[in-house]
Design a protein. Structure first.
Length: 271
């Protein structure tokens, strides 16, 4: 875990009410995320990955347990967090630069101070010259770049990303992974990244958290000891493949991948 702790997730469980009774999405999840660390969470659909991110953002409350960011309990959304969802959720009537500056406007931080940073971020992700374009004039990858800049413009210490590139074509996704890595290495934000892609998680992360099927628990945490900056040549290396196979083996042990028979749960994880 990099540096001091920025995020402390302690014994978090979450129940949702349904017509058939309560459903437990998360079960006693505890996890620390270091200041400046890039941490990814992978797991099957419905395992509570997104719920855990929403609780960390203060958008959903836990049924049990507590989340702290910078030592303060998370009880509501705040300016210390930037969020990127799978859908860019841009305001169609605001130009690209105005969409990036939305958190600045909402928090009344003052455009004069942050416009230069917004333009710098847009240049960093290849959007220089597109500041005055409306969302309908942008490709899917460009819209997601605007959403990434918007999440970072107010300089939050924590960036939460929920399947941010999942709806993009493979080429755009690869390019955005490289751009995200570049931004992270420059600013060293703490990143909590949710994905279904095992190779994407290994490529980007310092650590990868593997979750069980619902109710989501932590099955295993892998430290990724690969050199940075990373290029896609790295994905052909045996070390990269070993991490990917290890994560897949955890999923197979739960019967998540293919038709593999269910084997005993990984050590330390209750079935």
């Amino acid at each position: 875990m990099a540096g001091t702790r920025l995020v402390e997730i302690s014994g978090v469980s979450k129940d949702y009410a349904t017509a058939d009774g309560p459903v437990r999405a998360l079960e006693r999840v505890s996890l620390d995320i270091g200041d400046g660390e890039f941490l990814s969470i992978v797991g099957p659909s419905g395992c509570g990955k997104s719920t855990l991110m929403l609780i960390t953002a203060g958008l959903v409350g836990p049924s049990a347990g507590i989340v702290r960011v910078g030592g303060a309990a998370v009880e509501k959304p705040g300016g210390r967090v930037g969020i990127v969802f799978q859908d860019a959720t841009l305001y169609e009537w605001r130009r690209a630069l105005d969409n990036v500056l939305l958190p600045v406007d909402l928090q009344r931080l003052g455009r004069q101070r942050y416009t230069a940073r917004a333009r710098e971020l847009m240049t960093l992700v290849g959007l220089a010259g597109f500041e005055r374009k409306y969302p309908f004039e942008l490709s899917g990858g460009m819209r997601q770049r605007v959403a990434l800049c918007r999440a970072l413009v107010h300089d939050p210490p924590l960036l939460l990303m929920d399947e941010p590139f999942g709806a993009l074509d493979a080429l755009s996704r690869d390019q955005l992974n490289l751009e995200l890595q570049s931004i992270w290495q420059q600013d060293r934000k703490t990143v909590l990244f949710i994905t279904h892609s095992i190779p994407e998680a290994v490529f980007l992360s310092d650590r990868v958290v593997v979750m069980t099927p619902r109710p989501g628990r932590i099955a295993e945490v892998l430290s990724i000891d690969l050199p940075r900056p990373r290029t896609f040549d790295l994905t052909e290396m045996p070390e990269f493949g070993r991490y990917v196979r290890r994560i897949r083996a955890v999923f197979e042990s739960w019967g998540v991948l293919g038709a593999a028979a269910r084997r005993p749960a990984p050590a330390g994880v209750a079935p």
